[in-house]
Design a protein around this ligand. Structure first.
Ligand SMILES: *Cc1c(COP(=O)(O)O)cnc(C)c1O
Length: 387
């Protein structure tokens, strides 16, 4: 049996999204900036997609900027918010210790330019505490950037609470919603979000395309100089098939969302109950306040990398930490932020499921995983526990 349980790394494009892309390539081949009919049709397709993405977020079309993905949207949002702050003499930024590297490395670059960064703790449950956030805000705070859903442990942050505090204190609020979009209902108005990043390939759309929402009235500086695309802020002929495919995938993902989430939750809970029977195993992050499809475990005495290889041999695609950090042997910065010791964080496994997975697949994982853990522990020089 083949099981793809790495939906947080990327997803397979849906047939609806692929269909929308291919028909876009055939029908709307004009350049949206051209004045002739082919151009006007392409422009109309572009603006339809913009409107669809906006309405999925309860935003206005003029507040959506298309990008090459989640990383670009994060980079753009944070550097621009920092620039807006710096003009008013505000050079303090607040984030969390377990953000995606697209956020953390942007903050590192800003630190070198003289910004001061406060990283909030996320505690053992993988959640930010609102009073700690409020206490960290200063007169010179330009931006709070906190991810909506963490990509490794799946925990869902108190976004509405953060939005409320930031609005009241007059601080810009950006959220990296790359893991949330398509999986949770997002409402930028209700949650008082000023800027938000998303990426098509995390909800069965194409990769290499994403979007940044920026609330009307926030001055957004240029990312790429050139033509007048994206209201002159990000030049270059638009990736129209990607944009159209992403809009289709987002609409499709949000259809019957509650039903899908309930089904995913059934699989996840069955998996969690079974896997936690394995001795010396822990679930990382809050079990309740996490995305329906996410599970992240640590198994004492084994290496996450070997676990992955053994699961792969049995047809199961999973990950240890995130796709972006695997390949390096450093323990996950996310698990360290949750307070796990480095040697424990090394033995981590992330299983991420969504509506395209089945209960039979969950059962197969339950059949294979305990054995693999047992075998690896039997070979492990550092395993001396029971089991
Ligand atoms: C995947 C991911 C990104 C990066 O998105 P790309 O489209 O790969 O650039 C950023 N943040 C989070 C939380 C992610 O999961």
């Amino acid at each position: 049996m083949k099981v793809y349980a790495d939906q947080a790394a990327t997803t397979k494009i849906s047939s609806r999204s692929l269909q929308a892309m291919t028909s876009c390539c055939e029908k709307y081949f004009g350049n949206p900036s051209s004045l002739h009919e082919a151009g006007r049709e392409a422009e109309a397709a572009l603006e339809t997609a913009r409107g669809e993405i906006a309405s999925c977020l309860n935003a206005r079309p003029g507040e959506i900027y298309f990008t090459s993905g989640g990383s670009e949207a994060d980079n753009w949002a944070i550097t621009q918010a920092a620039a807006v702050g710096a003009k008013k003499g505000k050079k303090h930024l607040i984030s969390t210790a377990f953000e995606h590297h697209a956020v953390l490395h942007t903050l590192d670059a800003l630190k070198k330019q003289g910004f001061e960064v406060t990283l909030l703790p996320v505690h053992e449950d993988g959640l930010v505490r609102l009073p700690e956030l409020e206490a960290a805000i200063r007169e010179d705070t330009a931006l709070v950037t906190v991810m909506y859903v963490n990509n490794e442990v799946g925990t869902i942050q108190p976004i509405a609470g953060i939005g409320e505090i930031c609005r009241r204190k007059g601080v810009l609020f950006h959220t990296d919603a790359v893991q949330a979009a398509g999986h949770l209902p997002i409402d930028v108005e209700a949650d008082k979000i000023d800027m938000l990043s998303l990426a098509g390939h995390k909800f069965h759309g194409p990769r290499g395309v994403g979007a940044l929402y920026v609330r009307k009235g926030i001055p957004l500086g240029n990312l790429i100089y050139g033509g007048g695309q994206e209201r002159g802020k990000r030049a270059g002929t638009e990736n129209l098939p990607g944009i159209v495919g992403m809009a289709e995938a987002l609409k499709e993902s949000l259809q019957d969302r509650e039903e899908k989430n309930a089904r995913i939750l059934c699989m996840r809970e069955k998996l969690a109950d079974a896997i936690l029977q394995i001795p010396k195993t822990r679930l990382n992050g809050s079990r309740e306040k996490r995305l329906a499809g996410n599970l992240n475990f640590c198994f004492d005495g084994i290496e996450g990398e070997s676990l992955l290889l053994y699961l792969d041999l049995q047809g199961i695609c999973a990950s240890s930490g995130s796709a972006c950090t695997s390949g390096s042997l450093d323990p996950s910065h996310v698990l360290l932020a949750l307070g796990l010791p480095a040697e424990v964080a090394h033995g981590s496994l992330r299983l991420s499921l969504d509506e395209t997975n089945t209960m039979e697949e969950a059962d197969y994982i339950i059949q294979v995983l305990p054995d693999v853990v047992k075998r690896l522990r039997a070979m492990s020089p550092i395993w001396n526990g029971v089991g």
